[in-house]
Ligand binder design. Sequence first.
Ligand code: PEP
Length: 252
Amino acid sequence: MTRRKLVAGNWKMNTTRSEATALAGAVAAGVGASPGCDVAVCPPFPWLVPVAEGLKGSAVALGAQDVYSEPKGAFTGEVSPGMLLEAGCRYVIVGHSERRHVLGETDSQINHKVHAAVEAGLHVILCMGETLGERDRGLMERVFQRQVYSALAGLTDEQFGRVVIAYEPVWAIGTGRTATPEQAQEAHAFIRGKLGSLYGEKIASSLPILYGGSVTPDTAAGLFAKPDVDGGLVGGASLKADAFLSIVRTVG
Ligand code: PEP
């Protein structure tokens, strides 16, 4: 089964409006009309609309960094899946480790967000991964099992078609410490195996699993060469067009 590869940039809470539109413009120009993989950028909420304008007609898709699980109502400060679609988003990141560990998001909230997003027609980039403490205590497989089960429980086969997983070891995010290609492959293969036992082989073999955690132009090739690594979710290096484009070209 050939899986479509994806490289997505998570800009987190960075960029001014003019920096965001300039960065998106440079990425769109550098990627060209037919990149060898899917490419997306995920700016902060206020810049989604101006970045969408700049990406029109380009091969670069727009993503948001979070979403709420309800379509509308008295949820001050939240943003619904429908709003993201109307702003021009194709993707949304759900369950990023900063939301899980800094902002206290739970597995159950993440499951509700995944459902709301895919039901609305968004493609979800679902993040999961172990902390250093969990890795040191040998709990990785238990953590993956819990995260894969709790986030994706209840999706239909058709909805699974709009899910991409990003394996992001928490100890590698923003630390400059990248998982080795072997560590990434081992984790991806385990996650794919869990997908198979929980949701069936067809879903397991077709669902892309990205690696995220301090990916740079120097480390991308080794990681992306592994059979179960289907591209990357890139934080810090996605804020510089040259670095991000060179990571994209590693895949395409
Ligand atoms: C991320 O935030 O998803 C990420 C992978 O960040 P970084 O590449 O900076 O580690």
